[in-house]
Design a protein around this ligand. Structure first.
Ligand code: SF4
Length: 391
């Protein structure tokens, strides 16, 4: 493994973690998409699906979007290329409701507001992974050693219970966290259960375990964004980074996905993305685009964060509160609630969904205590927040 690792930036901005991004979708220009949204708002298209409180949120979102030079300011609600792709994949009567949740996701961490439910929920089908990527916590043997209790797969009944609680309450869901979701034998049933329930359902996979059954489940199960994790365009570099991985196999599986998508689901609006971690200087984004752009809609690199050794990071000087505390909540395979997956061994655990509900836990005393420590510039007192660069 070459050691020309990229220099780690002093903070990791979760709001904008794309290092490089390329989309092949031909969408409306920025200005035209805002005109379209404004038009939908004037016509009240899909407004009956938005409750009164959320209509006030929508009003703020539209006001922000209509401000001049909005795309350049970055300090208020704005639309990135990725978000425009997502909007374009929705039907007209879904767009305003989508904006409500996108606004909560981006702005609530800035204004430190908590709603009844998190703007974004990540549900972990499996903490087990067949890969040992060099930048991932799966390389920590104290995490993967079965006797330590971190490894497991979510039972289908628990998954269904969570989905029943959040259906109609949260629109942005990710089926992924610490492990490989496709390692759960019930993943196809889980996807089927999510059908027509969420506006923005995302799943991340290393694509190595993708077979025809799972591909059909993804394409018929309401997934909006499918992220294939891959970081290199040649076998040698890929295998160095994605230890246990085989690029040829992954390419074949993604080609198969694309074939089934075009032949069996020609009207599918799914957005597919190859996303890699920008870990060292050998990885060239142009090579990535060249290899993957015929097979997926988007290609991206995200910034590297030292996920693989969170607990060994020395304390830093960051005092800014972590935005994830107002943005995302994680439910792990065994029902544990955690505020992030940087803390992959649950030092910051909030509670367990088996004894409570998503709503109660999101607004719980324990969660608020953690948020307050961050607001009071006390993240240095918390492990692993004291060495973490996420803001
Ligand atoms: S470890 Fe602390 S600061 Fe880092 S992402 Fe988690 S909650 Fe935020």
């Amino acid at each position: 493994m070459s050691n020309n690792k990229i220099t780690k930036s002093s903070t990791y901005n979760k709001h904008n973690s794309f290092f490089s991004f390329s989309s092949l979708n031909k969408n409306l220009e920025d200005k035209k998409i805002i005109d379209k949204i404004d038009n939908l708002y004037s016509q009240k298209t899909g407004i009956n699906k938005i409750n009164n409180d959320d209509q006030l949120v929508l009003k703020e979102a539209i006001k922000d979007l209509k401000q001049e030079n909005n795309f350049k300011r970055g300090d208020s609600f704005s639309l990135t290329k990725n978000v425009i792709d997502e909007i374009t994949s929705l039907s007209d009567d879904q767009i305003l409701r989508y904006l409500v949740f996108r606004y909560k996701y981006e702005i609530y961490p800035k204004i430190k507001k908590i709603d009844n439910y998190p703007p974004y929920l990540q549900i972990e089908p499996s903490s087990i992974c067949n890969y040992r990527c060099v930048f991932c916590f799966e390389t920590d043997k104290s995490f993967t050693d079965k006797k330590n209790g971190f490894m497991g797969k979510m039972p289908l009944e628990l998954f269904k219970n969570i989905v029943d609680q959040i259906n109609g309450k949260i629109e942005f869901i990710s089926l992924a966290s610490r492990g490989e979701p496709m390692a759960n034998p019930d993943i196809s049933k889980m996807l089927e259960y999510c059908k027509d329930k969420f506006l923005n359902l995302k799943i991340n996979t290393n694509a190595s375990l993708l077979d025809e059954k799972k591909i059909h489940a993804i394409l018929s199960g309401g997934v909006k964004t499918l992220v294939f994790s891959a970081d290199a365009a040649d076998e040698t570099l890929y295998s160095e980074l994605r230890v246990n991985g085989n690029l040829k196999k992954v390419l074949k599986n993604i080609e198969n996905f694309q074939k089934i998508r075009t032949t069996c689901y020609p009207n599918s609006k799914i957005i597919s993305r190859v996303s890699g971690v920008k870990f060292n200087e050998q990885q060239k984004f142009d090579d990535m685009v060249k290899l993957w752009s015929g097979l997926v809609d988007q290609v991206a690199f995200v910034d590297y964060n030292p996920w693989e050794n969170t607990y060994l990071q020395p304390p830093n000087n960051i005092t800014e509160a972590c935005s994830d505390l107002w943005r995302r909540m994680f439910i792990w395979w065994d029902g544990k609630i955690n505020p992030c997956d940087v803390d992959y061994k649950s030092e910051l655990k909030i509670g367990n969904i088996k004894n409570s509900t998503v709503e109660k836990l999101w607004k719980s005393k324990e969660y608020n205590q953690l948020r307050n420590e961050h607001i009071k510039n006390n993240r240095s007192k918390l492990i692993p927040c004291r060495g973490c660069t996420v803001i």
